[in-house]
Design a protein around this ligand. Structure first.
Ligand code: HEM
Length: 410
C-alpha cells in the first residue's frame, strides 16, 4: 500500500527536486494536502451517492438514515464534511502563501488565475453541497444567498432563476444543485486542477529565490517521505474530527416556516455579516467584484521590484507595515460594526446606511494609506499588498464577528 502511494506520488513530481523547494516553510505542503483532500472528497462523495436520494421527499431521510443507523455511513459523511471544511481553509492559506512568497508573478501569473478559478470551484462545491441534506438550516440559508445573486448585473435574474423557483428553493433546485455538485463541478475541478499542477511542473517547481537554486536531490526519499508524513497527520486529524464531531443536520426543511435566525455556513459568515450592515447589491456583488478585479491585476503590479520566491519580498519594513495594516483593518471593521449595530441600522434606511458605512470605510482606509505612503517608498508592490491586507483583514474580522453572532456570544 505504502509503495503504491509512493509510486503514485512519484508520477506527480520530476525525479529530482531543488532541496530548498521542499523545506517546510516554502509551501507548508498546503497545495499537496489540498490535492489529497480533493481526492478524499471525490472518494467519499462517490460512496455517499449510493445512499443519497436527490428528491425533496427523500433527501433528508436518506441522510438521517446514514446518521442514525449506519456508523460506517456516518463516518463517511463526516469525513466528506471535514475534508471540505479543511479544503476551504487550506485553499485560502495556500492563496496567502503564494501571494506573500511572491510566487504569482511572470511565468506563474497564469497559474494564479487558474488558482482563482479553483477557489471559485471550491466555494461553488460548498454552496451546492450545503443544500443537499435538505434540512431547515441549509434550505433557508441557500434561499437567502441565492436571492442575493439576483442583484448581479445583467445575468443576475437568469442565474437566480436557474437555481431557484421564483424566490424560493424548490425540489427542482435540489436536483440542479445535485447535478452541479456531483457532475458538472467535479469535471471542471478535475480539468482545472490538472492544468494547475501541470503549470507548476512547467515553471520548474515551486518558486524559490534565485540564489537558493542549484542544489538538487532525489524526489524519493527526500520529498516523498515528507509528503507521506504530511498525509498521515492530515488523515489522523480528519479521522479524529469525524469520529468526535458529526456533520451538522438540523430538522427537515419546512418550506412554510422561515426560521427566526438564518445562519450561513462558516465560510460565508463574513458575507452574511456584511449583508447585515450594507445593501446586498454593494456587499454581495459590487465589493466582491471589486476585490476580484484587484486579485486579477495584482500579479501585474510592481514587477520591477519583485524578488520571486522571497517571503514578503525580503523587506522587514514591509512586514511591519502589513502587521500595522492588519491591526488597523481589524479595529476599523469592529468599530463600524459596533456603530452600525448601535446607531446606523435604526437611524438610516438601508441605502443611506450603506452610503455612510462604505464612505467612512473608504475615506478612513485612504487616509491610512496616504499616511503610510508618506513614510514608505511608494512602490506599486507595497501599495498593492497593503491594500490586500486591509481588505482581507476586514473580511476575516467580519467572519469572526459573524461566527460569534451565530453562536449568540455577541
Ligand atoms: C483546490 C485548490 C488548490 C489545489 C489542490 C492546489 C494545488 C497546488 C499545488 C499542489 C501546488 C504546488 C505545491 C504548493 O505550492 O504547495 C500549487 C501551486 C500554486 N498554486 Fe495552487 N492549488 C489550489 C488552489 C489555489 C489557489 C486558490 C490559488 C490562488 C489564487 C493557487 C495558486 C497557486 C500558484 C500561483 C502556485 C505556484 C506556486 C509556486 O510556484 O511557488 N492555487 N497549487
Amino acid at each position: 500500500m505504502l509503495n503504491s502511494i509512493k509510486r503514485f506520488l512519484l508520477h506527480l513530481h520530476p525525479p529530482r527536486v531543488e532541496i530548498n523547494a521542499i523545506k517546510l516553510n516554502r509551501t507548508f505542503g498546503l497545495g499537496g494536502m489540498s490535492v489529497f483532500l480533493v481526492s478524499l472528497l471525490a472518494l467519499t462523495g462517490i460512496l455517499l451517492r449510493f445512499v443519497y436520494v436527490p428528491d425533496a421527499e427523500k433527501a433528508y431521510r436518506s441522510i438521517e438514515l446514514l446518521n442514525h443507523f449506519n456508523s460506517a455511513g456516518r463516518l463517511i459523511r463526516n469525513i466528506h464534511y471535514w475534508s471540505a471544511t479543511i479544503l476551504c481553509l487550506f485553499s485560502v492559506l495556500h492563496l496567502l502563501r503564494v501571494l506573500f512568497s511572491q510566487a504569482i508573478y511572470f511565468e506563474r501569473k497564469k497559474n494564479w488565475y487558474y488558482g482563482l478559478v479553483l477557489m471559485f470551484l471550491v466555494f461553488a462545491f460548498c454552496f451546492t453541497g450545503y443544500l443537499l441534506p435538505w434540512d431547515q438550516v441549509s434550505y433557508w440559508a441557500v434561499t437567502v444567498v441565492a436571492n442575493v445573486l439576483r442583484y448581479f448585473p445583467v445575468i443576475g435574474d437568469a442565474l437566480a432563476s436557474f437555481l431557484l423557483d421564483g424566490r424560493f428553493v424548490s425540489e427542482h433546485s435540489l436536483l440542479r444543485f445535485y447535478h452541479l455538485h456531483t457532475g458538472v463541478l467535479p469535471v471542471l475541478l478535475f480539468m482545472v486542477l490538472s492544468i494547475h499542477i501541470w503549470l507548476v511542473r512547467k515553471a520548474k517547481g515551486v518558486a524559490i529565490p534565485q540564489e537558493q537554486k542549484g542544489q538538487l536531490v532525489n524526489t524519493s526519499p527526500h520529498l516523498v517521505y515528507k509528503e507521506l508524513v504530511a498525509l498521515l497527520i492530515l488523515i489522523i486529524a480528519i479521522t479524529t474530527l469525524s469520529i468526535f464531531f458529526n456533520a451538522p443536520l438540523s430538522t427537515p426543511a419546512n418550506l412554510d416556516r422561515v426560521p427566526e435566525i438564518i445562519t450561513a455556513p462558516w465560510y460565508f459568515a463574513g458575507m452574511q455579516e456584511l449583508l447585515l450592515h450594507i445593501h446586498p447589491l454593494v456587499g454581495g456583488i459590487l465589493l466582491p467584484i471589486a476585490f476580484l478585479i484587484f486579485l486579477i491585476v495584482v500579479p501585474k503590479m510592481g514587477l520591477d521590484e519583485v524578488k520571486v520566491g522571497v517571503w514578503f519580498n525580503g523587506s522587514r519594513q514591509l512586514k511591519k507595515l502589513y502587521a500595522l495594516a492588519l491591526i488597523f483593518s481589524v479595529l476599523l471593521t469592529v468599530l463600524l460594526v459596533v456603530l452600525s449595530d448601535a446607531i446606523i441600522k435604526d437611524s438610516f434606511n438601508v441605502i443611506w446606511g450603506t452610503v455612510f458605512m462604505v464612505s467612512v470605510y473608504f475615506v478612513t482606509v485612504s487616509g491610512f494609506l496616504i499616511f503610510l505612503l508618506r513614510n514608505l517608498n511608494r512602490s506599486m508592490l507595497s501599495i498593492s499588498m497593503i491594500v490586500f491586507v486591509l481588505f482581507t483583514g476586514s473580511y476575516i474580522t467580519l467572519t469572526i464577528i459573524g461566527l460569534l453572532r451565530d453562536a449568540q456570544i455577541i
